[in-house]
Design a protein around this ligand. Structure first.
Ligand SMILES: Nc1ncnc2c1ncn2[C@@H]1O[C@H](COP(=O)(O)OP(=O)(O)OP(=O)(O)O)[C@@H](O)[C@H]1O
Length: 325
C-alpha cells in the first residue's frame, strides 16, 4: 500500500437533537501515514470519540457524518459500496476501546469471538482461524493461549481482556489500530503494559496507531504526531515534539499544565484547566477557547484559521506566530 493509511478532510459529524441537527465535530482533517503513531488529545466532550467513530464507520444512532475526503487503506470510503466498506473496516481496522468488557461477549468463549470476524470476512477455515488466534494471543503475551481460547472473558484480568481485544483486532492483519482511551480503566502497571504492547506493534510490525487520550504527556511519549481538539475542532496539530515543546495554541499549553502527576496521592483532585469547557451544542462564536484563555484579545471574537508554524505544525490561534517565535 502506498500513500496514507487514513486520510480525512473536512470531517463533520452532525447529531440530531430536539433543536434540529447540530454539528458536534467540525471540519476535522487528519492523516495517518504508514508507521505513524498519532494521538488525539482534548478534554472530555471535545469530540475525540465521535471523530474516531466517524472514521471507523461506528457512529451512534442519530449521528450523521460528511467529509470532503475519507480514504482508508488505499480505498475511498465515501464511494465504496457498503458491504465492501464494512468488510474492509472489519478486517484492516482494529478498534480498542476503554472498557474491553463492553466489547467482549461475556457468555462466549474467547476463541469463538476471535475467529468470528476472520471466518466471516476472510473465509478462513475455522481450524486455521483458531491457529491464528493462538498466535495472536502469544503475540500480545497472553500465556497458555490454547487454554485461553476455551475461557470466557470473566476468567481473565482487566489487562488480559484489553490484550485479548488487541489480539482480536490483529486477526485481520490491520493497517491501523484505533485505540480510544485504552488504558484509562486500568491500573498503572497494566496501563504501561498496554502502552508497551501498542508501541511494539507499531515499531516492530509497522501497524499504524491512532490513539485518543486526555493525557498529552502520555501521548508525547509514544506519538510522532499529535492532534489537539477543542469544542469539536482541531486547534493544533503537528510533530509531537513541536506541539509539546513549542505549542502554538494556549489550549495545548494548558493541557500540558494539567497532566496528572504519577506520584499524586490517591484521592487528591486532578488538576483542571480554569473555566468550564463550552457547551458542545452551542460553542461560543469566534475562538471557542477565548473565554478561558489568559492570552485572549479582541480579535479572538473572530474564529482563527489553522496557520502553519513549521513543517507539518499548525495552530488555530491569532497569537500563534507571535508566541512561537
Ligand atoms: N449520541 C450522542 N447524542 C448526543 N450528543 C452526543 C452523542 N455522542 C456524543 N455527544 C456529545 O458530543 C460531544 C463530543 O463527544 P465525544 O464523546 O466525541 O467527546 P470526547 O472528546 O471523546 O469526550 P470523552 O473524553 O469524555 O470521551 C459531547 O458534548 C457529547 O456529549
Amino acid at each position: 500500500m502506498t500513500g496514507p493509511v487514513l486520510e480525512a478532510e473536512g470531517l463533520t459529524v452532525h447529531i440530531s437533537t430536539p433543536a434540529g441537527e447540530l454539528p458536534l465535530v467540525r471540519d476535522v482533517s487528519l492523516r495517518v501515514e504508514p508507521g505513524d503513531f498519532v494521538g488525539i488529545v482534548g478534554e472530555s466532550g471535545s469530540g475525540k470519540t465521535l471523530t474516531t467513530r466517524a472514521l471507523s464507520g461506528l457512529l451512534p444512532p442519530g449521528a450523521r457524518m460528511e467529509a470532503s475526503a475519507l480514504r482508508f487503506a488505499g480505498e475511498d470510503l465515501l464511494t465504496l459500496p457498503r458491504r465492501r466498506r464494512d468488510s474492509l473496516l472489519g478486517t484492516r481496522l482494529a478498534m480498542v476501546f476503554q472498557d474491553p468488557s463492553s466489547s467482549l461477549n461475556p457468555a462466549r468463549r474467547i476463541g469463538s469471538q476471535m475467529v468470528e470476524a476472520v471466518v466471516a470476512h476472510e473465509r478462513l477455515p475455522r481450524r486455521k482461524a483458531r491457529e491464528l488466534a493462538a498466535t495472536r494471543l502469544e503475540q500480545v503475551r497472553i500465556d497458555r493461549p490454547a487454554q485461553r481460547l476455551r475461557q470466557r472473558p470473566h476468567e481473565l484480568s482487566g489487562g488480559q481482556r484489553q490484550r485479548v481485544m488487541i489480539a482480536m483486532g490483529l486477526m485481520g492483519n490491520p493497517a491501523l489500530i484505533i485505540a480510544d482511551e485504552p488504558t484509562t480503566a486500568l491500573d498503572v502497571t497494566v496501563q504501561d503494559e498496554v502502552m508497551t504492547l501498542l508501541r511494539t506493534l507499531n515499531r516492530e510490525q509497522g501497524v499504524a496507531v491512532l490513539m485518543v487520550s486526555h493525557n498529552i504527556a502520555l501521548l508525547s511519549q509514544v506519538c510522532n504526531r499529535i492532534v489537539v481538539m477543542y469544542a469539536g475542532r482541531v486547534v493544533e496539530s503537528g510533530p509531537a515534539a513541536a506541539v509539546v515543546g513549542r505549542p502554538g495554541h494556549p489550549y495545548a499549553e494548558a493541557l500540558m499544565a494539567v497532566v496528572p502527576d504519577l506520584g499524586m496521592e490517591a484521592g487528591r483532585e486532578l488538576p483542571t484547566i480554569a473555566g468550564a469547557p463550552p457547551d458542545a451544542l452551542a460553542p461560543p462564536p469566534g475562538c471557542a477557547f477565548a473565554p478561558r484563555c489568559p492570552l485572549a484579545v479582541e480579535r479572538c471574537a473572530e474564529r482563527p484559521p489553522l496557520v502553519a508554524l513549521g513543517a507539518g505544525h499548525a495552530a488555530a490561534c491569532w497569537r500563534a506566530e507571535e508566541r512561537s517565535c
